[in-house]
Design a protein. Structure first.
Length: 527
């Protein structure tokens, strides 16, 4: 990206007040600071982890991770990919630490691991694993905690690798269909390349034939995409019960495809500029029942002119993150500035989760680029934001006092209940560094619903109605963050004063179930 020029153009800005002297490096994190001294009611306990990822040059500097219950005992493990020549890991919470129990499971492969997704593909009750590797896409069929590796034939473009796998039943026939996000391989990769069609690698849509073989319907479905893609997410954006598709691209504009219910998708016009769209978080941040979208970018860490690459004079690009409020019927409003997320630094994966159990979705964002020398000297913190409660603007406040920031080469947060207490804990997925984990012991009330990790439950929505007239909605969405698959559990924070009156469960096949007075501070299993 022009390292010498970036170093030359670093500027120091000094802001002096009566109480403080603030020195910040423009180009490192931007001189913005929405850091807050809000009261922090959320204690976290660090957990030792028995795994360190190793990146091997010649491959892309990424890994992948999935939350998976390998033996159906209700306790989650965490699958983490290794670098080229390194075994993958399967981390289990035991005696206060995360230990690697991968040996003997059949899960590992010495090819570098990128993205992974946990889901029951053969409907036998065991959660399987899909893994995108340097050397192809693999399905690991689970038989009581032992896995059988099965390569999935994919007609990948020349000089490309699969980055991640999103799963959905796109045609409502009961089978899990696959969307493979594809990227130019590390040897051919050129940064800031916006307009070279040879450098851009189209994604692949695979239709399940019903027997775990697949037919490539990329062209007929209209979902090839226009650039190299970090990750893609299936999510029902218009609440019609059919999974649409959001594609987060490098050096491109965000693409959204509407599911037309006939195995075809139609592109949705968006106002997205060109950007380095890397992480993708999905959640209902404004409590209106639909899913909003956050896309991360290189941020103000890098001067804009250094990343213009081969852009034409009539093409616009941005470094800012982008938060889109879903206004229904595929209409989106950019509310990045209104929510306090403009002017932030370089970022990879992002995830929404209610960290302090107050009913508001908070935000976790991984940061730092291992190929940028400046981040070897001055690492960004990794952002942990609490969303203000009761504020009509729902502003996000950077809250380092939580003590869970991550000054490593972060790739993505991973949300999982490690100790089974119903509160969602945090794992930081790091590149060429240690995995870091924290137990959440927030004191507020909560509801947690265990949604089976099955194809039929992809897109399941649960809404909570409380005695204070409020409603909260969560949806079971896979592959958010960045090359990660989060917990299948849906948790709702209720603070210390609200009580749930009922939970409404809506499945993608149109079935609705109502649970009156769901129990507080317990897990409810959805059949």
């Amino acid at each position: 990206m022009g390292t010498n020029a970036m170093l030359t153009n670093l500027k120091f800005c000094i802001s002096v007040s009566k109480l403080s002297l603030v020195i910040c490096l423009v180009g490192l994190s931007g001189c913005a600071s929405r850091t807050t001294a809000l009261p922090v009611p959320t204690p976290f306990t660090p957990v030792p982890v028995d795994f360190t990822h190793v990146w091997t040059k010649g491959t892309h500097p990424f890994t992948g991770a999935s939350v998976i219950d390998i033996d159906g005992d209700g306790t989650f493990e965490v699958f983490v990919g290794g670098g080229e020549g390194q075994r993958d890991a399967l981390l289990s919470y035991r005696d206060g630490q995360l230990v690697d129990i991968e040996q003997g499971t059949g899960l590992s492969n010495t090819s570098a691991t990128y993205g992974s997704t946990a889901i029951d593909m053969d409907a036998d009750g065991d959660t399987d694993l899909l893994v995108a590797r340097e050397n192809g896409v693999y399905l690991y069929l689970n038989d009581g905690g032992r896995f059988q590796e099965r390569p999935i034939p994919v007609n990948l473009p020349a000089d490309s690798v699969p980055f991640s796998v999103a799963v959905s039943d796109i045609d409502h026939d009961g089978d899990g269909d696959l969307y493979i996000s594809v990227f130019v391989n590390a040897k051919k990769f050129r940064s800031a390349t916006f307009n070279d069609p040879i450098h851009a690698k189209p994604n692949r849509m695979l239709l399940n034939n019903g027997d775990l073989t697949f037919t490539d319907i990329t062209e007929s479905s209209g979902t090839a995409s226009k650039q190299n893609t970090f990750l893609s997410v299936f999510v029902d954006l218009d609440s019609d019960g059919w999974q649409d598709l959001v594609v987060s691209q490098n050096t491109g504009a965000v693409e959204i495809f509407r599911n037309m219910k006939d195995r075809t998708f139609q592109p949705v016009a968006t106002t997205s500029p060109f950007g380095f769209w890397m992480g993708l978080a999905v959640g209902d941040i404004d409590h209106d029942g639909d899913q909003d979208l956050l896309f991360t970018n290189v941020g103000r860490s890098i001067p804009l002119f250094l990343t213009s690459g081969d852009l034409r004079d009539n093409q616009r690009h941005t470094h800012d993150w982008m938060l889109w409020r879903n206004d229904g019927e595929f209409r989106f409003t950019d509310v990045t500035n209104a929510h306090g997320l403009t002017g932030e630094g370089f970022a990879w994966g992002a995830v929404f989760e209610d960290l302090n159990l107050d009913g508001q979705l908070d935000l976790l964002v991984a940061q730092n680029y291992i190929k940028w020398p400046i981040h070897h000297w001055f690492k960004l913190s990794g952002r942990t934001y609490l969303q203000s409660n009761g504020n009509s603007a729902h502003t996000f406040h950077h809250t380092p006092a939580l003590g869970i920031e991550n000054r490593y080469f972060g790739q993505s947060p991973l949300i999982v209940d490690l100790d089974g207490d119903g509160r969602q804990d945090l794992v930081w997925l790091n590149i060429n560094g240690p995995i870091r984990a924290f137990l959440n012991t927030a004191p507020g009330h909560y509801l947690t619903f265990v949604v089976p990790d099955t194809v039929a439950n992809v897109g399941t929505r649960i809404s909570i109605e409380t005695d204070r007239g409020r409603s909260y909605t969560r949806a079971a969405i896979g592959s958010v963050g960045m090359l990660t698959d989060q917990t299948p559990e849906l948790s709702f924070g209720l603070g210390n004063h609200e009580r749930p009156l009922r939970a409404v469960i809506q499945r993608q096949n149109g079935q609705t179930e109502i649970i009156s007075f769901p129990p507080l501070n317990k897990k409810t299993v959805i059949n």
